[in-house]
Ligand binder design. Structure first.
Ligand code: UDX
Length: 459
């Protein structure tokens, strides 16, 4: 099939590469000429494992252009994968969707492609897109909602091995066309790309075929649910610290119940990234617009926001004051294996620490260059080598669980600090090893004798 993918960000680029690998003729369109030129030379604008290696392999079937006139005519499917950044009131700003729709509509031909929206968009957007195209072309075109659920850092893996494919459309033909597009994924009938083995037991991928609006809501509901699982375990973690329990054990103890499930129950600094904050804020705004108060989503956001403040509270308690203290932060990216800094907890914590009068040092194995570009206000904090954040520091906080940090020469680091305190914001470090190396180690939501209150007899 000829497929046009509009927008070559995380979602668009990964989808385009995967579809080309599956044998489709794919045209990636973007208004950013520099990005398109770099992509045509094989340089992806984002750090995503496996992407750079796969690009040359699919090159014969993958084209990048800024011209809709190259991409749209003859396409059987047009995927819209442009950004929907948060607008002023929390509702997504749909200007890029509107621009893409108006630009593509000018080049539609008699082949009647299905226009599918991959971008996360409010309920009702699909219907609006259909109406807008009809207005421009004076003819009806089929529009579908086809949300994606990929995670940054494992975007290709998630695209090749999704746990479901959601297609929302109001006509059977639109569903059938998209089903044909994704058939190799649905049937898992393709040879796994090098370095991306198929998860064991995955033989077929379920298809959820529904109406446009339900598909749009599925995306928001999925992200909100994942976000609230994280906030739930973080709330339990706060209590665990007070009563002297270990929230990681609680997570395992509840997660083995299949009705709850083990994933997204890792206590820590809370979620960051481009999706959860934006999509939960959008859900609140959409709820408000439709007279529905989303109380659980609201609570999940409040808990998450407080996670960052809890680090400040812990440091203040441990160091008596933050004024004049030096705090090192390990990890800037919102999660490992990406250089994305959107809603990164490390940046929020760094700014709060500075506000409290502390000196901050920041390191990240991959995101440092991007941090320098996007956050020059923290220039004095950046350090090239992770051990530099320990030098004469009063505390080091592990914010992002990059595997590299587990390999640090921990045995040599405590003596380099003024006060050897480590806050493990992700519970990934070896508490016994660090304690033996002379650190005062504090995990997140874990039983720590000296921070737990004196035991009180049961009533
Ligand atoms: C998320 C969704 O997983 C994905 O389906 C959707 O399409 C986009 O948003 P992403 O933001 O890339 O993907 O990362 P994810 O791995 O989901 O992690 C999100 C955040 O939650 C990270 O900051 C992570 O550190 C945090 N997290 C995750 C926890 O704090 N605890 C957990 O148990 C899981």
């Amino acid at each position: 099939m000829k497929v046009a993918v509009i927008g070559t960000g995380y979602v668009g680029l990964t989808t385009a590469v995967a579809l080309a690998y599956l044998g489709h003729e794919v045209w990636g369109v973007d208004v950013d000429a520099t990005k398109i030129r770099d992509l045509a030379r094989g340089h992806p604008p984002i750090h995503e494992p496996g992407l750079e290696a796969l690009l040359p392999l699919v090159q014969p079937r993958l084209h990048f252009t800024t011209a809709y006139a190259d991409a749209i005519p003859g396409a059987e499917v047009i995927l819209i994968a442009v950004g929907t950044p948060p607008g002023a009131d929390g509702a997504p700003d749909l200007r890029y969707v509107r621009q893409a729709v108006e630009a593509l509509a000018l080049h539609l031909d008699g082949a009647h492609p299905v226009v599918a929206i991959k971008s996360t968009v409010p309920m009702g957007t699909g219907r609006w897109v259909r109406a807008r195209i009809q207005e421009i072309r004076a003819e009806a075109y089929e529009v579908a909602s086809n949300p994606e659920f990929l995670r940054q850092g494992s975007a290709l893996h998630d695209t090749f091995y999704p746990n479901r494919i959601v297609i929302g459309a109001d006509t059977p033909r639109a569903v059938a066309v998209l089903e044909a597009l994704y058939r190799p994924l649905l049937e898992q009938s393709f040879p796994p790309p090098k370095g991306l083995p198929r998860p064991s037991g995955l033989e077929a991928v379920p298809l959820v075929a529904t109406d446009l609006t339900s598909a749009e809501l599925i995306k928001y509901a999925a992200n909100a649910f994942l976000a609230l699982k994280i906030s739930f375990i973080n709330e339990i973690a706060a209590l665990a610290e007070q009563v002297g329990a270990d929230a990681t054990h609680v997570a395992r103890g509840i997660g083995l119940d299949a009705r709850i499930g083990p994933q997204f129950l890792r206590p820590g600094i809370g979620w960051g990234g481009s999706c959860f904050d934006k999509d939960t804020a959008a859900l609140l705004a959409l709820g408000r617009a439709h007279g529905t108060e989303m109380r659980i989503v609201q609570a999940a956001r409040a808990v998450n926001h407080h996670q960052r403040e809890r680090i400040i509270e812990k440091l203040t308690r441990e160091l008596t004051t933050l004024r004049g203290r030096t705090v090192g932060l390990l990890g800037i990216a919102f999660k490992p294996h990406t250089d994305d800094l959107r809603d990164a907890p490390a940046l929020a914590i760094a700014h709060r620490l500075i506000q409290c009068g502390a000196h901050v040092r920041l390191h990240d194995p991959v995101a440092l260059a991007r941090a320098r570009r996007e956050h020059p206000e923290l220039e004095r904090a950046y350090r090239e080598h992770p051990t530099e954040v320990f030098e004469e520091a009063d505390a080091v906080v592990l914010v992002t669980e990059w595997p590299q940090y587990l390999e640090l020469p921990w045995e040599t680091l405590a003596p380099r600090m003024r006060f050897p305190l480590v806050l493990d914001g992700r519970n990934v470090l070896d508490a016994a090893r660090l304690t033996a190396a002379g650190f005062r180690y504090l995990g997140t939501g874990r039983c720590i004798a000296h921070t737990a209150p004196a035991p009180t007899p049961p009533r």
